[in-house]
Design a protein around this ligand. Structure first.
Ligand code: ZN
Length: 213
């Protein structure tokens, strides 16, 4: 049994949950949603003796993607994101204006996170679920053997992603939640893009936005 390192910590003014997953055998790692505080993320990788293999971004909002290029420059790891969110990368200055922060430098991703693709490390793979609605390029990462879903801003404990920002679509997020996320087993642990962890079973039972499904 290969041991896994998994750490999740809030970064930036909106406390985006950034995750670091490492393989203790191969020393390969991935980082999901390095929205900010990149120096800290990079030193944690060094402390743990991990080599970053992929930077995975759940969607093109500044609090999730803001530090991706900086982390790429420090580590050489490629950035993967769904290309439907390229228009959001192009409006980074507007997004920075929403938060009143400096505009981070961005660049187009090195690869497209399309539905059904496999990413992650050799021993800890994740399947990409394209779940549009919060944004057009929103994806969730399903680590099937770990029974873990990294949900970005599609599903939260007791809530769902907002759809009033550019690229948002309420009917679409409801369809993504119904057809993709609620299709997962109840015991699936969910790590949302913000706030506490939950499970699919808990949200199926008590999330007011999912009651009518
Ligand atoms: Zn978002």
């Amino acid at each position: 049994m290969v041991s896994m390192i998994f750490e999740s910590f809030p970064v930036g003014p909106l406390a985006c949950n950034c995750s670091l997953l490492g393989d203790e055998q191969t020393h390969e790692a991935i980082v999901i949603d390095p929205g900010d505080e990149v120096a800290g993320i990079n030193s944690r990788l060094t402390e743990l003796g991990l080599k970053l293999k992929q930077i995975l971004v759940t969607h093109g909002h500044i609090d999730h993607v803001g530090g991706a290029l900086k982390l790429k420059k420090l580590t050489g790891a490629p950035i993967f994101m769904n290309e439907n969110d390229l228009p959001l990368l192009a409006m980074m200055e507007t997004q920075a204006g929403w938060l009143g922060i400096a505009t981070p430098e961005t660049a187009p991703p090195d690869g497209n996170l399309i539905d059904g693709a496999t990413v992650g490390t050799e021993h800890f793979p994740a399947t990409v679920l394209h779940t549009p609605g919060h944004t057009q390029g929103s994806i969730c990462l399903h680590f099937v053997p770990l029974k873990l879903l990294v949900a970005g801003d599609t599903l939260f404990a007791g809530s769902i992603g907002r759809t009033d920002l550019p690229g948002g679509d309420t009917d679409q997020i409801m369809d993504s939640l119904r057809s993709r996320l609620l299709a997962l087993p109840d015991e699936t642990n969910v790590l949302p893009g913000h706030g506490p962890v939950t499970t699919i079973g808990k949200e199926r039972k008590s999330n007011p936005f999912l009651r009518t499904m």
